[in-house]
Ligand binder design. Structure first.
Ligand code: SAM
Length: 276
C-alpha cells in the first residue's frame, strides 16, 4: 500500500533519481549503502593470498570501497579496477585519487576486457550475477591471468533473494504497474556451485572450489531498507516505470509486502580457481 510520506520523500529528492541506462548505478548511494557488500567482500579478500607486489584485477569494482582495501594489501603492487558503469568508475576514481598510479581504472564490460599484462589474481565481489554469460566471463578472466594465477570471487548464488523477488514480482502483476512489466526478464543470473565449478573447469581452471552460503541481511529500519532496495535490488524493476511518482508507488507496495521484517534473503556463491 502506498504511503504519501514515502512518495513525498522521493519527490523531494530524499531519494536520488533512477538511472536511465540499464547498466548505470547511483554510485554515490551505493557507496553510502553498501555495508553488506563491503562486509562480505572483506571476507572474500581474506581468501586471497597476497605478498604485496602482485597485480590484481578488481572485476566489477563499483564505487571502489573494496578496491581501496585491496590496494592497501598491495603496497608494491597494482590494482586494475574494471567496471562497465561510468558512474561507478568515476566515483571510485575520485575516492581513490590519493593512490595515484597504484590503481588503473578501466570502464568496460568484463566479458570483453583484455589485460595488457598477465595478472596474478582476479578478485570479484557482488558482480558475476549481473552477467548472463558466465562461459564468456570465465574465458575472459582466464585470458587475463598468468599461469598459476588465482580467481577468488563471490556473487549472488542459487536461491539468492528468492523470497524478496517473489514479493517484487507479485507487485508487478498489480495495477497500475502490470503493463510496464509485460516482457520483464530477470536481469540477474544466480548459479549453483556444481554448474559454476563445471564452467570454470571447461574454461581451463584447476583447483576449483565453489559453495553456497546463506547471508540473511536485516536492515535497521524501513527508510534504510527502502533506499537500499531502490539502489541495488530493484534497479531494473524501477527502470521499467516511466515516471517518479509511479516508481515511488511501486517501491511503497513492495516495502509494504515485506514489512514489518526488513530483511533480505541473500545467498552468496563463493568461487575460487587457479589458471593451470
Ligand atoms: C553490486 S556492485 C559491486 C561492487 C563492488 N565489487 C562491491 O562488492 O561493493 C556490481 C558492480 O558490477 C558491475 N558490473 C555488472 N556487470 C558488469 C559487466 N558486464 N562488466 C563490468 N562490470 C559489471 C556494475 O556496474 C557494478 O558496479
Amino acid at each position: 500500500m502506498a504511503t504519501s510520506s514515502s512518495i513525498g520523500a522521493l519527490a523531494t529528492g530524499v531519494c536520488s533519481p533512477i538511472m536511465s541506462a540499464p547498466h548505470e548505478w547511483d554510485a554515490e548511494a551505493y557507496q553510502r549503502l553498501s555495508d553488506p557488500q563491503f562486509a562480505w567482500g572483506l571476507r572474500v579478500l581474506e581468501r586471497l593470498p597476497l605478498k604485496g607486489g602482485e597485480t590484481v584485477i578488481d572485476a566489477g569494482c563499483g564505487s571502489g570501497r573494496l578496491t581501496g582495501v585491496l590496494a592497501q594489501r598491495l603496497p608494491r603492487g597494482h590494482v586494475i579496477a574494471v567496471d562497465r558503469s561510468t558512474n561507478m568508475v568515476e566515483e571510485a576514481r575520485r575516492r581513490l585519487a590519493e593512490l595515484g598510479d597504484r590503481v588503473t581504472f578501466v570502464c568496460t564490460d568484463l566479458t570483453t576486457f583484455v589485460s595488457d599484462v598477465p595478472v596474478d589474481a582476479v578478485f570479484s565481489t557482488a558482480t558475476f550475477h549481473w552477467l548472463h554469460d558466465h562461459d564468456r566471463l570465465f574465458a575472459s578472466i582466464h585470458r587475463c591471468l598468468r599461469s598459476g594465477g588465482r580467481l577468488v570471487a563471490q556473487c549472488g548464488g542459487a536461491g539468492n533473494l528468492e523470497r524478496f523477488h517473489a514479493h517484487a514480482e507479485r507487485v508487478c502483476l498489480d495495477e497500475p504497474f502490470a503493463k510496464w512489466f509485460v516482457d520483464f526478464e530477470p536481469a540477474w543470473n544466480f548459479q549453483g556451485p556444481d554448474a559454476t565449478a563445471a564452467r570454470l573447469q571447461r574454461a581451463g581452471f584447476v583447483d576449483v572450489a565453489c559453495n553456497l552460503e546463506d547471508a540473511p541481511t536485516p536492515f535497521a529500519d524501513e527508510p534504510t531498507f527502502r533506499e537500499f532496495v531502490r539502489t541495488v535490488v530493484l534497479r531494473h524493476h524501477l527502470a521499467r516505470l516511466p515516471y517518479d511518482a509511479l516508481r515511488a508507488r511501486y517501491l511503497d507496495a513492495v516495502v509494504a509486502r515485506v514489512a514489518p521484517s526488513f530483511e533480505l534473503d541473500y545467498v552468496r556463491l563463493n568461487l575460487s580457481a587457479t589458471r593451470a
